[in-house]
Design a protein around this ligand. Sequence first.
Ligand code: GDP
Ligand code: MG
Length: 96
Amino acid sequence: MKILSAEFVISAVGPKQFPQDSKPQIAIAGRSNVGKSSIINSLLHRKHLVKTSQTPGKTQLINFFIINESFYFVDLPGYGYARVPHAVTDAWAPMI
Ligand SMILES: Nc1nc2c(ncn2[C@@H]2O[C@H](COP(=O)(O)OP(=O)(O)O)[C@@H](O)[C@H]2O)c(=O)[nH]1
Ligand SMILES: [Mg+2]
């Protein structure tokens, strides 16, 4: 697929902020630090659109990116080990 555009849309803290149009949303889920954010950049041939980090727990919100104005990639926080307080990771579970 040719990537014509790839833009950040929103860092959502909960479902009320999720885009409400009917375009497909492809979410990347997995443990912390496995490369979820990196694979989105890789698929889009972009290096820095999605923030990546060597520190587990960098992605703390649900980040939506719109691709070719036709579908979304959704970068989720990881589950499992993250170098952030448990209160923060506990809040992720229902969000994910
Ligand atoms: N060796 C290697 N490192 C990777 C790969 N994908 C991501 N990383 C590194 O793994 C770390 C975590 O990546 P990130 O995409 O932030 O993971 P996320 O927490 O799942 O979003 C970063 O330091 C990346 O550079 C890969 O395919 N191979
Ligand atoms: Mg990430």
